[in-house]
Write a protein that binds this ligand. Structure first.
Ligand SMILES: Nc1nc2c(ncn2[C@@H]2O[C@H](COP(=O)(O)OP(=O)(O)OP(=O)(O)O)[C@@H](O)[C@H]2O)c(=O)[nH]1
Ligand SMILES: [Mg+2]
Length: 395
């Protein structure tokens, strides 16, 4: 079952999303854009996108019958191998849609889990992803088997798949128990390691995926953390000791967030995210050049709330100002108008973050000094509160 996810290399895919309730077409277009980026990261090429306005998803086939027929014709005509749905599908929805389209059907969670699985390097990340995959599969086993049941046809009232489902369910449940045990051993080791780090103030880079966290980590700590223009380049937390103006602190780079991150994934990555939960200061990085950056900002804040890490002192780092300016300003625009637009933007976010924000372009190293200074001030403040009598040690 897990193998179905590892074989989507180079496949031609179509993307399917719904426009619910108050959502606008523009918004859903942006969601499908992100789904296409996820597909590309996993190695598939999105060749067509479908969006249908429906108040609630069809319980049998997610989209309506007519739409599914339209998709089927395209899939047949263009020799498509994969259909990716933007929302989580139930086991029976997957089976019903696969029956009509006759190609592999996966959903957004499947895709994210696939990317995480291919990126996981350490034992901890591998175990966390595997656990999330089995938890995702468990409630979907019945749907998968009812497909086979139908093929077997009418043998007895319980159906030939029934015992198979039970056997499979037991195997999957045993596997989940085993993985949980393995994780708790790894977590204990990680906890001991973190405790060994002593009294240093801890700063964690957090943010939506692909906003530039690892790039900033590399600049601030002069380290070599894997950064690239793909989603979820970083899965494992990296921590480095940094000293600015004789003020030492620990800086951690963490896994990026995304909208509709599969619930089980957040659950099993909890221990990796302990770095965020236990941090003293957060650097919330935002890609201000992204058309949906405000929504991404909200998704990250909501995830931080779920992790009970929302109330920490936070510096919001608006990154990629170079692309923002490129996207926003026409070449003929007067300098004074440009400055005015930038000033409005700055004022607005200074207000919303109570003055705790910095605008940078990491790639050009623009405003890095200002960022450094802002971090040092916050770190010193933390030391001062924590060790009022030992302040001479730190500055
Ligand atoms: N234009 C522009 N691109 C940037 C800037 N900073 C980072 N990038 C690019 O954005 C992409 C993502 O950067 P990463 O540092 O990997 O982002 P991340 O937040 O660590 O991403 P994940 O680990 O995947 O969550 C890379 O292609 C970077 O080169 C910037 O200031 N301007
Ligand atoms: Mg990264």
């Amino acid at each position: 079952m897990l193998n179905k996810k590892t074989s989507i290399q180079e496949e031609k895919a179509i993307l399917v999303g719904l426009i619910h309730g108050s959502q606008t077409e523009e918004q859903v277009k942006e969601y499908l854009e992100e789904l296409a980026f996820l597909a590309e990261t996993a190695g598939a090429k999105a060749v067509k996108r479908y969006a249908q306005r429906l108040s609630t998803p069809d319980s049998r086939t997610f989209v309506g019958k007519g739409k599914l027929e339209e998709i089927r014709r395209y899939v047949e005509d263009k020799d498509i191998q994969l259909a990716i749905f933007d929302d989580e599908l139930s086991g029976s929805q997957i089976t019903n849609i696969e029956k009509v389209l006759d190609i592999k059907v996966i959903d957004r969670s499947d895709l994210i889990l696939d990317i995480f699985a291919s990126r996981a390097k350490t034992a901890q990340a591998k175990t966390q992803v595997e656990l999330a995959q089995y938890q995702y599969i468990l409630p979907r086993l019945k749907g998968m088997w009812s497909h086979l049941e139908r093929l077997g046809g009418g043998i007895g009232t319980r159906g030939p798949g029934e015992t198979e489902i039970e056997t499979d369910r037991r195997i999957v449940k045993d596997k989940i128990t085993l993985l949980r045990k393995r994780l708790s051993v790894i977590d204990k080791q990680a906890y001991v390691q973190r405790k060994d780090r002593g009294e240093f103030v801890r700063v964690a880079l957090v943010g939506y995926t692909n906003v530039g966290k690892s790039t900033i980590m590399n600049i601030l700590s002069k380290s070599e953390v894997f950064a690239e223009n793909k989603l979820f380049a970083t899965l494992d937390t990296t921590t480095r000791k940094v000293v600015f103006e004789s003020t030492p602190f620990l800086l951690s780079d963490t896994v990026g967030f995304i909208r509709k991150l599969p619930h089980h994934l957040v659950e099993s990555f909890k221990s990796t995210l302990d770095e965020v939960r236990e941090a003293d200061i957060l650097l919330h990085v935002v890609d201000i050049s992204h058309p949906n950056y405000e929504e991404q900002f909200g998704v990250v804040n909501k995830t931080l709330q779920e992790l009970q890490a929302f109330d920490k002192p936070t510096i919001t780092v608006f990154n990629k100002m170079d692309s923002y300016e490129q996207n926003t300003f026409d070449p003929w625009l007067e300098e004074s108008v440009r400055l005015e637009i930038l000033e409005d933007l700055r004022e607005r976010w200074e207000r919303e973050t109570h003055g705790n924000c910095v605008f940078i372009a990491a790639i050009e190293k623009r405003n890095i000094e200002l960022l450094r200074q802002t971090i040092v001030n916050k770190v010193r403040e933390t030391y001062r509160v924590r060790y009022p009598y030992k302040s001479e040690f730190f500055y």
